[in-house]
Design a protein around this ligand. Structure first.
Ligand SMILES: N[C@@H](CCC(=O)N[C@@H](CS)C(=O)NCC(=O)O)C(=O)O
Length: 315
């Protein structure tokens, strides 16, 4: 895996510190879309770049679907394989190329927007096609943008971060992010036993905590589905398929937790959501791209997952 240094693509990996613990880099583009601002809401002006494999990009795709933004914000989808050149647009099922820069690799989108860019080239990216600037590449902020910024110009109704629930949403997000969304990476990318041990324990403590919470209430913050649920969902849907094996998160499966399993199937069958889930991209990305973890690149056949039945927590 590489990154850009002064606009030049370099292949090096500096993601773990001297203690072997995985460190996630800070995100670079942090603007908003708002009326009267530098980036005003307009139909057809912005473009979202995602990977169907990536849980962070997946959040944005779910908000894109929930808010009915397909006609307002077109989407490019990378190939699942992240190789020497990072994310790219090689043809493949589900890949949608980049019609703006005709980029072969995502790093070309970054340098087209900022020729001297230094940093990691990550998905998701929200691009302003008028100024050819990247508005934002932090998924937590992009979902807040999609949640409301296009409401006045045709987005579907629905507020997934309502003001009265925000403190609770953010408290849940903080724990879920640290121990689970990022915790699976801390397990999988650990380069020392101590770093792995330090990640696996809080990860399963959080799953136990979530199981208890969801056995008493419909969604993470009560009766209404919120951003906190969608942020959890993208990790849960990858858990038994890849994190359990590839990232060694294997004390238990989500299928072993009755409430979490019901909740996962409820969210998967939520209108518009199943279409955002691509287990081929997910499984082939993780097992095929992380050659330091899986040198052969062989994608295992299992486990067989049966998520065909909706859970009991419908819309
Ligand atoms: N903070 C970012 C993280 C995004 C992220 O790490 N995406 C991964 C894919 S799962 C990526 O593009 N990694 C490429 C790299 O780090 O070089 C967000 O949530 O938007």
């Amino acid at each position: 895996m590489g990154q850009l240094v002064d606009g030049i693509w370099t292949t090096e990996d500096r993601k773990t510190g001297s203690d072997g613990a995985f460190q996630r880099a800070a995100t670079s583009f942090r603007d908003r879309i708002e009326p009267g601002g530098r980036f005003p809401p307009e139909a057809g002006r912005y473009r979202l770049y995602v990977s169907l494999a990536c849980p962070w990009a997946h959040r944005t795709l779910i908000f894109h679907a929930l808010k009915g933004l397909a006609d307002l914000i077109p989407v490019s989808v990378t190939h699942w394989h992240m190789g020497e050149n990072g994310w790219g647009f090689a043809p493949g099922p589900g890949v949608v190329p980049d019609p703006i820069f005709h980029a072969r690799h995502l790093h070309e989108v970054y340098t087209a927007a900022k020729p001297d860019f230094t940093g990691r080239v990550t998905v998701p990216v929200l691009l302003d096609t008028h100024t050819r600037r990247i508005v934002n590449n932090e998924s937590a902020e992009i979902i807040r943008i999609l949640n409301s910024a296009f409401d006045a110009i045709g987005a579907k109704p629905g507020d997934y971060a309502p003001a009265d629930l925000l403190p609770e949403i953010e408290a849940v997000n903080a724990r879920v992010y640290e121990t689970l969304n990022n915790g699976v990476y801390r397990c999988g990318f650990a380069r020392s036993q101590a770093a792995y041990d330090a990640a696996i324990t809080p990860l399963f403590e959080t799953l136990d905590w979530l199981e208890d919470r969801l056995s008493r209430q419909r969604f993470l913050c009560g009766d209404r589905i919120t951003e906190a649920d969608w942020r959890l969902f993208t990790t849960l849907i990858r858990f038994d398929a890849v994190y359990h094996g590839h990232f060694k998160c294997n004390l238990r499966r989500i299928a072993d937790y009755p409430a979490l399993d019901d909740y996962l199937r409820s969210l998967l069958h939520w209108p518009g959501v199943a279409e955002t889930v691509d287990l081929h991209h997910i499984r082939h990305h993780y097992y095929g791209s992380h050659r330091h973890l899986n040198p052969s690149g062989i994608v295992p056949a299992g486990p067989i997952l049966d998520l065909s039945q909706p859970g009991s927590r419908g819309p």
